[in-house]
Write a protein that binds this ligand. Structure first.
Ligand code: DGL
Length: 271
């Protein structure tokens, strides 16, 4: 399948599919190139310099495909390597996950208590807390929690598993004590656990970083007059080309399952 004039999307693995799903929801007529760096997932427990190196390689790959927009469908990369990706991307606009989700959390909170969950690297970067503090000063309390086991559990498809629930309870109970009313799912793998999180925190509004990034992508493409014209065939099949850096079969099964519509098998590449 030939994909031209596409939106390039990358993540360490399947987490970015939650972002792709939102992009397709808001931008159904677009062509997409999705790169899952499955050989090197997870990014979230790696050092900043390694994540920057991986981000550089993913960006160069998407750039070589002449994409018109790059969406970093990974909070970890957005937290530690956004500037680097923008620098490499040059004229190609780049949308990260942190700013749109932080803005959405500020719009959502009524009691000014926001929880953030993310990978070790995202939480250590303090990226969410800093953006929220820049906008709201001391008036908003941010409570952060790293939740490193969520990524492997999602990658293994253990979304409804009892073990995952126990781990989620262990991670999330502090948010009940802190009385947050808004929780940022600060990793693109986490929307796949949103039902379970809702059971533990029933009164808390969850912010899906992919959803808000997709709205930003729509605005940006509209402003720059880069939107694809409407077409009919998208209802039958979305135009998405998948690339992975390891085990395409496993990724393919999960892709079909999570996106809920038919897609072509991924192509394995070396970065
Ligand atoms: N899904 C990614 C994120 O949003 C990365 C998870 C990982 O590879 O650790 O942070």
């Amino acid at each position: 399948m030939l994909v031209t004039d596409a939106i390039g999307v990358f993540d360490s693995g399947i987490g970015g599919l939650s972002v792709l799903k939102q992009l397709v929801r808001f931008l159904p007529f677009e062509n997409y190139i999705y790169l899952g760096d499955t050989a090197r997932v997870p990014y979230g427990s790696k050092s900043v310099s390694i994540v920057k190196l991986y981000a550089e390689e993913c960006t160069n790959f998407l750039k070589s495909k002449n994409v018109k927009l790059i969406v970093i469908a990974c909070n970890t990369v957005s937290a530690v390597a956004l500037d680097k990706v923008r620098h490499i991307a040059g004229d190609i606009p780049v949308i990260g996950m942190i700013q749109p989700a932080a803005n959405a959390a500020l719009r959502s909170t009524k009691n000014n208590k926001i929880g953030i969950i993310g990978t070790r690297a995202t939480i250590a970067s303090n990226a969410y807390a800093e953006i929220i503090a820049e906008k709201a000063g001391e008036s908003v309390k941010v409570i952060s929690q790293e939740t490193p086991l969520f990524v492997p559990l999602v990658e293994e498809g253990m979304i409804k598993h009892e073990a995952t629930k126990l781990i989620a309870q262990e991670y999330l109970t502090k948010f009940i004590d802190e009385n947050i009313d808004t929780l940022v799912l600060g990793c693109t793998h986490y929307p796949l656990l949103s039902q379970m999180i809702l059971e533990i925190l029933p009164n808390v509004i969850q912010i899906d970083s992919g959803e808000h990034a997709a709205v930003n992508a729509l605005k940006l493409l509209a402003e720059q007059k880069l939107l694809q014209p409407e077409r009919q065939e998208f209802a039958i099949k979305h135009n998405i080309k998948f690339y992975v850096t390891d085990i395409p079969t496993h990724f393919y099964e999960q892709t079909q399952h999570f996106l809920g519509f038919p897609v072509d098998a991924p192509e394995e590449i070396n970065l």
